[in-house]
Design a protein. Structure first.
Length: 189
């Protein structure tokens, strides 16, 4: 197993684009659990709000975008308490797949993965791909990303728990049960 600088209680929720990760992260947030949103989505949405098009954001094949995402992920993880349970919408190893997809050497992403060891990784089974103005992937690319994520997490010594395509609340319940965390229900806002 690879060496990691710090063990954490952080929990990664990952999977192909449009696999329901963000919906479950939102459900866990509503139940009172600390979460970290997906950096890529936040960064792309911010660029779109500033008037850039999706094509502008990905103009160089996504190379600069991937470097920016990795930089922000590193800063976010450095600011978190390793002893606190935090649910993350994608983990550092996701950057390995996305670097390769953008035609980049993944050395920087791989090195970043050795800073912290996640407590658990959940990989979601794929759902039908839904275009939402932020996603640029098609079905073939989504399948490729899914395969790469599974391989990259395994190569880092993780044994991701597969989460089937069931309703959002059931997925959240499965994750909490696996982690032996309270099954609190969402708080109405």
């Amino acid at each position: 197993m690879p060496d990691f600088e710090k063990k954490t209680r952080w929990v990664v929720i990952t999977g192909a684009p449009s696999s329901g990760k963000t919906s479950v992260i939102d459900e866990l947030r509503a139940r009172g659990y600390p979460v970290q949103a997906e950096v890529a989505r936040e960064l792309i949405e911010e660029c779109l709000r500033r008037g850039q098009s999706l094509e502008d954001v990905r103009k160089d094949g996504g190379k600069q975008l991937q470097h920016d995402i990795l930089r922000i992920k590193r800063a976010r993880e450095a600011s978190l308490d390793p002893a606190q349970v935090v649910f993350m919408d994608r983990g550092m190893p996701d950057s390995i797949a996305y670097f390769r997809l953008a035609g980049l050497e993944a050395d920087a992403a791989i090195a970043a993965c050795h800073m912290y060891r996640y407590d658990a990784v959940f990989i979601f089974d794929r759902l039908p791909l839904v275009k939402d103005g932020v996603r640029a992937e098609d079905e073939a690319v989504a399948k490729r990303i899914d395969d790469m994520l599974r391989a990259d997490y395994a190569a880092l010594g993780y044994q991701p728990v597969c989460v089937p395509a069931v309703p959002v609340s059931a997925r959240a319940d499965m994750i909490l049960q696996h982690l032996r965390l309270p099954q609190q229900k969402a708080v109405a806002s």
